[in-house]
Write a protein that binds this ligand. Structure first.
Ligand code: CS2
Length: 494
């Protein structure tokens, strides 16, 4: 660490460079009212930022966050170690598209537990009457709800956990904590999902209630009756942080943060106001409350996330590495502009007052933010879980309306070719598809180029009813292999 850099901890908070904003409240006077499961970059840059603002408000000091790491691996252990060394403090640098930035130290997470180290203690912590909300970012694929809306009780990860006396999944930990709370008369907490899913509150309800009912029907019934699962729409582009990013961010801030974060300057959080055990004054710090999150979710998932994937999959094949690099390619920008305006928007009913035209414009503006430099590989990762959420409704809409299907056929063809793990110049990359079992991925590698469309990713999309579409996907795949993504996109002549 260069001598001029200051380590981050409670004791150094008042010695930090003056341009860095610090918590505007006394952390020692706060207590956790929220437990967050799976503390990734997105949680630290989004929900924890809003709670940092809440904690600075009068009478809101009981809404700090206890972070709970679920994984049992070296990365998680490192995170827990750093959290302890830094008193759970970290820097977040927000970049505007004009490259101006603000760095702040966030203090809302005041405690951090690695569940794998002591699961019984974790369950007891969740059962603490002070905890009123258990929030989660366990990823799109992390809910084990299949295309027909059923919780996958037979999946080995779930089946095993149902049998463990002290469970280890998010579902198991929450179920057992709620058992203690019921038995102690503490009452329920709200389960607040912050993952990008359609109707994410209902999906969370399906998953948690089904798990609990399978483990103990009476407890399951109590949870179904007493726990609330508000839907949310969360939005903030938060790239992965490489070692080079860490050095750059720390150089900029003058702070030796071992786990700094960066994000775009845009942030949005819309929540259904349905909290069974109270909630912080989030409406005072920029959160929108509504009775129906659905329209917000639709717009965000089917426009922002969907076009992220529509950019990342061909972009990767074309050897681009980041979003702004790919956005420098005129053909990809045309693809996105047309996808947003002609494929996605016509089948979306936006919330009142939201213009889809303006939203599309804003999405592209956000993607051009060069300082954010989001990695295409991060966005492409777990596409098997994301595409059913981000693309399926658009694809169904376009096909049913018998509209121009070139862009979605190209997108799907790129997804299937991306599963081969190399760019058009034959550069390999590491696939991260936790939701795609090897036997399903094998379908995308067969000589029969239509076989990939039978993988579970596409269950319920109804593609088999559109043979002309299937034929076009096959033709595009073969063109991607022979001519590459760049030439194939040119030939689409959009
Ligand atoms: C991205 C999201 O990974 C992805 O698929 O589209 O992480 C996106 O950056 C966030 O949802 C933005 O809110």
């Amino acid at each position: 660490m260069p001598i001029s850099m200051i380590a981050l901890s409670n004791t150094t908070l008042n010695q930090l460079p003056p341009q860095v904003l610090v918590p505007a409240y006394d952390r020692s006077k706060t207590t956790p009212g929220i437990a967050h499961l799976a503390v990734g970059n997105f949680h630290r840059a989004h929900q924890a930022l809003y709670l940092d603002r809440v904690l600075a408000r009068p009478g809101q000091q009981n809404w700090a966050i206890v972070g709970i790491g679920l994984r049992d691996n070296a990365r998680e252990t490192r995170r827990a170690t750093i959290m302890a060394e830094q008193d759970c403090l970290y820097t977040l640098t927000e970049f505007a598209p004009d490259n101006t930035h603000t760095t702040r130290v966030l203090g809302a997470i005041t405690d951090y537990i690695q569940a794998a180290k002591d699961r019984t203690a974790t369950i007891r912590r969740l059962a603490d009457p002070a905890i009123k909300i258990v929030s989660l970012t366990i990823t799109e694929g992390g809910y084990y709800v299949d295309a027909s809306g059923k919780f996958m009780l037979k999946d080995p990860a779930i089946a095993e956990d149902l049998k463990r006396p002290v469970p280890e999944t998010a579902f198991g930990l929450v179920t057992e904590a709620l058992r203690l709370r019921r038995d102690n008369g503490t009452g329920p907490f709200t389960v607040l999902t912050c993952d990008n899913l359609r109707d994410n509150g209902s999906i969370a309800r399906t998953a948690f209630c089904a798990f609990a009912e399978a483990r103990d029907p009476a407890l399951g019934a109590w949870i179904r009756k007493n726990v609330t699962f508000p839907s949310t729409m969360v939005d903030r582009i938060t790239p992965s942080v490489t070692e080079a990013d860490t050095i750059r961010l720390d150089d900029m801030s003058g702070i030796a943060d071992q786990m700094p974060l960066f994000a775009e300057d845009f942030t949005q959080w819309v929540i259904e106001d349905n909290f069974c055990a109270g909630r912080p004054e989030l409406e005072a710090v920029g959160v929108e409350f509504t009775d129906d999150v659905g329209p917000y979710e639709q717009v965000k998932l089917r426009m922002l996330n969907a076009s992220h994937s529509m950019l990342a999959l061909p972009g990767l094949l074309m050897d681009y590495d980041t979003v702004p690099h790919a956005m420098g390619d005129a053909a990809l920008v045309t693809l996105l502009e047309q996808f947003l305006a002609q494929d996605a928007a016509p089948f979306i009913t936006p919330p009142q007052g939201v213009s889809l035209h303006d939203y599309a414009h804003q999405v592209l503006h956000r993607f051009r933010n060069a300082a954010v430099g989001d990695q295409l590989l991060r966005i492409a990762s777990d596409s098997a879980s994301k595409l059913p959420v981000f693309w399926a409704d658009t694809v169904k809409g376009v096909l049913k309306a018998n509209a121009d299907h070139r862009r979605i056929a190209f997108g799907i063809a790129c997804f299937l070719e991306y599963l081969r793990g190399e760019t058009e110049s034959k550069k390999p990359y590491t696939l991260s598809e936790p939701g795609l079992p090897e036997h399903a991925r094998a379908l995308a590698l067969q000589d029969d180029l239509a076989a990939g469309l039978t993988m579970p990713v596409f269950a319920g999309w109804g593609l088999e009813q559109y043979p002309a579409f299937v034929k076009d996907v096959v033709t595009l795949r073969s063109s991607l292999r022979t001519h590459g993504a760049r030439a194939t996109l040119q030939q689409l002549d959009l």
